[in-house]
Write a protein that binds this ligand. Structure first.
Ligand code: MN
Ligand code: MN
Length: 309
């Protein structure tokens, strides 16, 4: 871009990490495809995560790396993502219609991205979007790894079966989902049905307190994780002092380094086939730190999923 150094008007729009915008997914040719999901209809407490994709897009522009040159990860002392091509395929066309109709749009969008061979990276949005996202991976046995302060494993409450508190239960019911791992759980549970069902159904759970007590490597050592895996990251797995901009914060969360170590640990043991990052809520992110931290987490995950020589 040196030849444009003296221009006085900057053209174009924000995209994830400055990656090319691809409007026609059938023309997508990239290793990684970011897909925004500006959806928070399944929230009952503090809405606003529908603005998450735009905020993370904007934040990630500060970390853009031109020409697939990659980034130098200071903590790992290595270059990451050199030569890995990325694209921004825009946002799912969320409409003011019923929730399940929007879920269909999300599933269809993920299927279209997957058909090109790109790794789908969904940016939410509330955490309910993980269910329509995972539905699009029905061609293979799948391990699901959830990073979250909460279980989101409620079967139904007052007749509601699809919300940001039910999606992990719905995902676990899918016939191709082999196992569910939850990392970062904490707090005072008021829903014993979800807790008991998760234990009865063999959900592998690692609490944030256990990680804080024995360290990431020991806390994750006994987890059964292998094969194709889908990662679903609720930003509230981080401590609210690290990521305050979220709808349902809980004290006692992971530090950035603990989360990074846990993500690297998990990804080293499986084949990453898709991921989402949800619950960044700019309404409560007065400094913008949560959106920026989300951008760093995306680079960490992708840097681990596409190891350089
Ligand atoms: Mn949560
Ligand atoms: Mn969640």
């Amino acid at each position: 871009m040196a030849s444009r150094r003296h221009e006085v008007i900057r053209h174009g729009y924000a995209s994830f990490f400055g990656a090319p915008l691809v409007g026609d997914i059938s023309r997508l040719r990239a290793d990684v495809a970011f897909l925004g999901v500006p959806f928070d209809h399944a929230t009952n407490d503090r809405p606003g995560s529908r603005f998450g994709p735009a905020a993370i897009r904007d934040a990630s522009m500060r970390y853009r790396s031109v020409n697939s040159a990659g980034w130098y990860d200071v903590e790992r002392s290595r270059l990451i993502l050199q030569g890995i091509t990325m694209a921004d395929v825009g946002d799912v066309d969320i409409r003011t219609t019923d929730l399940l109709d929007n879920f269909q749009r999300i599933t269809a969008a993920v299927r279209r991205v997957r058909a090109t061979g790109a790794l789908p990276v969904l940016i939410g949005g509330d955490h309910s979007i993980a269910f329509p996202a995972v539905r699009a991976f029905d061609d293979k046995p799948l391990t699901i790894v959830q990073f979250d302060a909460h279980q989101d494993y409620t079967d139904e409450r007052a007749g509601v079966r699809y919300s940001y508190d039910n999606q992990m239960r719905r995902i676990h019911e899918l016939p191709f989902v082999q196992r569910l791992v939850l990392i970062g759980l904490r707090g005072h549970l008021e829903n014993l049905e979800a807790w008991q069902a998760a234990q009865a159904n063999g959900v592998q759970m690692v609490t944030a307190h256990h990680i804080a007590t024995v360290g990431v490597e020991e806390a994750l050592a006994d987890l059964e994780i292998d094969g194709d895996a889908y990662l679903t990251i609720d930003i509230d797995v981080l401590d609210p002092s690290v990521a305050p901009g979220t709808g349902f914060p809980a004290p006692g969360g992971l530090t950035y380094y603990q989360l990074k170590a846990a993500l690297l640990n998990v990804i080293s043991r499986c084949q990453l086939t898709g991921l989402d990052l949800t619950e960044v809520n700019p309404v409560y992110d007065s400094t913008g730190i949560t959106a920026r931290t989300a951008a760093h987490i995306l680079l960490d995950v992708l840097g681990a999923a596409f190891p350089s020589e």
